[in-house]
Design a protein around this ligand. Structure first.
Ligand code: FES
Length: 148
C-alpha cells in the first residue's frame, strides 16, 4: 500500500492537485484520513480548514473511516415493497454489522441509498457501485463472497 505522503507528493505543483490527490487517496484508502488532509494542506499551501473544506465540499469524499467495499441497499419505495427489508436482514447477518456500520476488518461498509434507477428489477443492492438486481436474501452470502 502506498503511503499517503507519496500519493499527495505526486500531485504537488499540478493544476487541481489537491482534488486529484484526494481522488487518488480515496482509491487507496476509501476515505480521507485526517493526517492526509493535514499533509495535503501543507503540500498545497492551504490552511487545514481550507483543505477540510475542499474535502467535505466534495461530499463523495468520505472523511470517516469506512469499509473498503461499500455495500448499499436501495431503500426507495419500489425496492422496499419488493422485500428490501429481508435483504437488509440478510446483509446484516452475513457481515455481522448493522446498517451504517463497517466490519472490524475494514473490508465492508453497509449503507442505505436512494433509488439507483434499476426499479425494473427490485430489490437492488450495489457493491462499489456495481448493481445486483432482483436480489433475494439467499443470494447475499455468494455476492459478499465475491469481495472477500
Ligand atoms: S427503487 Fe430501488 S432501484 Fe429504484
Amino acid at each position: 500500500m502506498m503511503d499517503y505522503k507519496e500519493i499527495i507528493a505526486q500531485y504537488d505543483g499540478k493544476a487541481g492537485g489537491i482534488i486529484e490527490a484526494y481522488h487518488a487517496l480515496l482509491r487507496e484508502f476509501s476515505y480521507l484520513p485526517e493526517e492526509a488532509i493535514a499533509e495535503a494542506a501543507r503540500v498545497f499551501k492551504l490552511s487545514t480548514a481550507e483543505a477540510y473544506g475542499i474535502a467535505t465540499f466534495y461530499s463523495m469524499f468520505s472523511v470517516e473511516a469506512r469499509g473498503k467495499n461499500v455495500v448499499r441497499i436501495c431503500e426507495s419505495a419500489p425496492c422496499h415493497v419488493a422485500g428490501a427489508a429481508d435483504v437488509v436482514a440478510a446483509l446484516e447477518r452475513e457481515l455481522g454489522i448493522k446498517m451504517g456500520e463497517s466490519t472490524a476488518d475494514g473490508k465492508f461498509a453497509l449503507e442505505f441509498t436512494e433509488c439507483v434507477g434499476q426499479c425494473q428489477a427490485t430489490p437492488v443492492i450495489t457493491v462499489n457501485g456495481k448493481p445486483y438486481l432482483d436480489v433475494s436474501p439467499a443470494q447475499i452470502p455468494a455476492i459478499i463472497a465475491e469481495y472477500k
